[in-house]
Design a protein around this ligand. Structure first.
Ligand SMILES: [Zn+2]
Length: 419
């Protein structure tokens, strides 16, 4: 057991060194030569100081991302190997004999330890973001969001895990298929309540104050067949300097939302381009395609989890003191498998997402009929978010749901020239 722990820790340290070397020394992040001097070249719209800060901040951020990545897996793994998964079940059983409450207590402790272990790197991310002027949120405000997230996570997981273990106990062979079938309405339910129940837990939403702008946005929306009669602005200026906007929800809960930072940092034409981009996602059914993709993926994922969890418990169950999947103690194993599968799928989902982002850019130029404001908007977003100029290949592969700003601006520039 001691050997497993030390091997895991040595493995993590070696991994951390390799990743750090890759990001700071190995990877080539210079601008492709053919783009030098074009509008996509950050040297043409950022000062030397901004360029330097952008590069430095991106490297730090990427390093922290890769350092954080395996922490969750190691946490679940050690919990199983060291018997913690079984011990927490014991604590829960001591408090109450009701399975529903036991599940709640189990989730509380699991989330608690996970939060404690993740805290140093989360705090470092927050601290650096503040240091570099992206986040402007106070520590207490940030902590408040963490606490809300903590309880929100436990509540949602409680419902999911309760249902899951009822199925596992009742249908030991087919639980994964039934769980998958129940998972579909749950996803839609979550999407439905997200904009009206979950999002407002973190931020204040109001109707867009600028009625003239709202009208222009709604004009665009009706061209894109979006059933919205209102635009919402969300109070983000007290938290961040970043810029964002989105169309969210399904059916009657669809909402067009923009961050107030967008209003102060971008000109009207630039704002309209960003909104048109978001509407492109909606109009081209990107949300629906994304969900369908996840539903198909999760079918295989549920099956693989069923298969591999069974095999792993047969082999190591005795050592982990978990004799069957029926026990709550197997939860860290299930979560470990889910997390690994999501990670393995991420290069594919990211690539699909990057393609959709590109399509939405094209859609927005066509809807607004003007690519110049788009270029300016992307340049401003690069400046205000310290977006990385040319991310290293592995970072792009695992992290980038959007094409890099260089790629997006270069495309727009070609589009303007061809017109
Ligand atoms: Zn987009």
């Amino acid at each position: 057991m001691k050997k497993t722990v030390s091997l895991t820790l040595v493995g993590y340290i070696l991994y951390a060194l390799a990743v750090t070397f890759y990001i700071w020394v190995g990877a080539d992040t210079s601008l492709p030569a053919e783009l030098a001097g074009t509008k996509a070249d950050p040297a043409t719209f950022l000062s030397n100081k901004e360029l330097m800060i952008t590069e430095e901040y991106s490297k730090i951020r990427n390093t922290i991302y890769f350092l954080t990545l395996p922490v969750e897996w190691i946490f679940y793994f050690l919990l199983l190997v060291l018997g913690g998964a079984r011990a927490i079940q014991g604590w829960a059983e001591k408090v109450t004999k009701y399975k529903t409450l036991q599940t709640g207590i189990y989730l509380f402790w699991l989330t608690f330890f996970s939060t404690v272990i993740h805290y140093p790197l989360s705090y470092l991310r927050y601290f650096l973001s503040k240091d570099y002027g992206i986040t402007v949120q106070s520590y207490s405000g940030w902590m408040r969001d963490q606490v809300v997230g903590f309880w929100e996570g436990i509540l949602i997981m409680w419902i999911v895990v309760l249902l899951l273990y009822v199925l596992i106990r009742k249908f030991s062979k087919w639980w994964w298929a039934i769980a998958w079938a129940c998972f579909i309405p749950l996803v839609f339910f979550m999407m439905y309540i997200q904009p009206v129940v979950i999002d407002p837990l973190y931020n204040d939403f109001t109707e867009l104050q600028d009625k003239e702008l709202e009208e222009k946005i709604l004009d665009l929306a009706s061209e894109a067949d979006i059933p919205a009669d209102r635009v919402y602005e969300v109070n983000m200026a007290e938290k961040t300097n970043s810029i964002n906007a989105y169309v969210t929800g399904v059916g009657g809960n669809s909402r067009i939302v923009l961050w107030d930072t967008l209003l102060t940092r971008l000109k009207e034409e630039e704002i309209l381009f960003i909104m048109a981009h978001e509407m492109g996602h909606y109009d081209m059914n990107h949300i629906v395609i994304g969900i369908t993709g996840y539903i198909v993926f999760s079918f295989f994922a549920f099956y693989l989890i069923h298969l591999s969890a069974g095999r792993l418990l047969n082999r190591f169950g005795q050592r982990w003191k978990i004799n069957s999947l029926n026990q709550l103690a197997s939860l860290p194993l299930l979560l470990l498998l889910v997390s690994l599968l999501l990670f393995l799928a991420s290069p594919v989902t990211n690539a699909v997402s990057r393609y959709q982002e590109h399509r939405a850019d094209v859609y927005a130029i066509e809807l607004t009929g003007n690519a110049e404001p788009a270029i300016e908007a992307f340049q401003e977003i690069t400046r205000s978010s310290l977006s990385e100029v040319n991310p290293p290949a592995l970072v792009k592969f695992f992290r980038y749901t959007h094409p890099s700003m260089v790629d997006r601006i270069a495309y727009l520039e070609r589009y303007v020239k061809e017109e």
